[in-house]
Design a protein around this ligand. Structure first.
Ligand code: DQA
Length: 143
């Protein structure tokens, strides 16, 4: 099966994007780390990064058969209502990840409209958060 790794706007530039906030790992580093976590279960990582909400919705619609998903929606956490509807209809378990501790930042980042639908949320642990999300999905999905 596939594990869907979804990253939203401005996450393709990880490594050079405000590294003091988001760290120096690139998206390729994160993809490799997640792939390493789930390889033992035979899961393949299908990684999708898009700058626009509609394209992320397409990726979710195409991914109904995935074993699970990890999603960092970027700023779509704040008002991504269409993405929220897409996630409400998305059957596999999924975990929301934010690299930074959004609660320690501007107040507009304190509420994710997606988080109430997630199996779990991981914030503030940097790239490690993606690995932990992968471990949680492995534990959640029966082998
Ligand atoms: C982010 C936090 C969001 O508020 C921000 O818009 C991002 C990155 C994170 O991973 O910390 O793009 O999702």
């Amino acid at each position: 099966s596939d594990l869907l790794l979804i990253n939203g706007p401005n996450l393709g530039t990880l490594g050079r994007r405000e590294p003091e906030i988001y760290g120096t790992d690139t998206l390729a580093d994160i993809e490799a780390a997640v792939a390493e976590e789930v390889a033992g279960r035979g899961w393949k990582v299908l990684s999708v990064q898009r700058e626009s909400e509609g394209e992320l919705i397409h990726a979710l619609q195409d991914g109904y058969g995935a074993a699970g998903a990890i999603i960092n929606p970027g700023a779509l956490m704040i008002a991504g209502w269409s993405l929220r509807d897409a996630l409400a209809a998305f059957p596999p378990p999924w975990i929301e990840v934010h690299l930074s501790n959004v609660y320690a930042r501007e107040s507009f980042r304190h509420r994710s409209v997606l988080a109430p639908l997630a199996s779990g949320v991981i914030v503030g642990l940097g790239a490690l958060g993606y690995r932990l999300a992968a471990q949680a999905l492995l534990a959640k999905v029966p082998a």
